[in-house]
Ligand binder design. Sequence first.
Ligand code: NAP
Length: 286
Amino acid sequence: MFTGKTKNLAVIGSPIEHSMSPAMQNAAIQAAGLDFAYVALHVLPEVLADAVRGLRALEFRGFNVTIPHKSAILPLLDEVDEAARVVGAVNTVVQEAGKLKGFNTDVQGFVGAREMRGFSLRGKSVVIFGAGGAARAALYGLLRSGAARVTLGVRNPEKARSLVQEFCPYGEICVFDWHDAAFAKVVADAALIVNTTPLGMAPRTDEMPPVPWAAVCAGTFFYDIIYTPRETKFLQHAAALGCPTLNGEAMLVGQGAAAFSLWTGKEPDLSVMAHALHEALGEGEL
Ligand code: NAP
């Protein structure tokens, strides 16, 4: 039962009706026996500042931020942590004594997946397809976790070039046109290949980034941050070559778990969150 003592949490975005966060967070709150409530709030871009003022005034303990507000919210906060500042996006806000502090838990979600923790990045070469918001979180997380170099394979290298300047203090970065013949050599040397483009996401499940499959070495780890469908065409091809694969569910659960810890000071039950995600996706139990 919610009372005057219940601490409120939310996710703000537009559209918001398909967000998986209320299901995952409320399941974790219930399992932990905490007096918190988490709701999804539709916030249009033109009222973002009003909405943030409202959440502050209503003393929300915190909130998640999703498309299209992850960058626009930065100037509305009192403080942001280093990851959010470098990535240029906030997905989690914590309110403490009236001050709003922004975090980017997509970074932890990306590198914190159990399967990723079992994979040592130190000294390894990584390829990322795409250079958008999720790629920035992945890039920061990979370089901070010790990857020797990260190469971005993109359709528009000119647009992605600024990332080299922005992220070079954290490690070695290159940008390639993904149709460039030299890109195949980089793919051949990569220990981890990540898809951060929406290519292959439902309903366009017949698409995938243009991996030079002939260059791929056995044992290369393939990570697609898409979670609908659970196995994209990109991951199907990799699995057919005998390569280990990981989809985006662990990242989604991981970013939510890190946000939960920031708000409550407690570690959530990851399996409870993963089950809730599966049910919300309409895929039943794990
Ligand atoms: P974004 O900022 O829009 O970036 C998308 C990137 O993919 C850009 O580099 C874009 O290139 C490229 N791209 C888009 N459409 C393309 C196409 N048709 N052909 C070739 N390249 C294309 O999006 P985002 O926020 O990074 O999200 C990307 C994906 O990650 C989405 O599928 C999203 O659902 C998923 N995601 C998953 C999680 C998770 O927790 N699992 C978290 C965040 C995002 P241009 O710049 O040239 O357009």
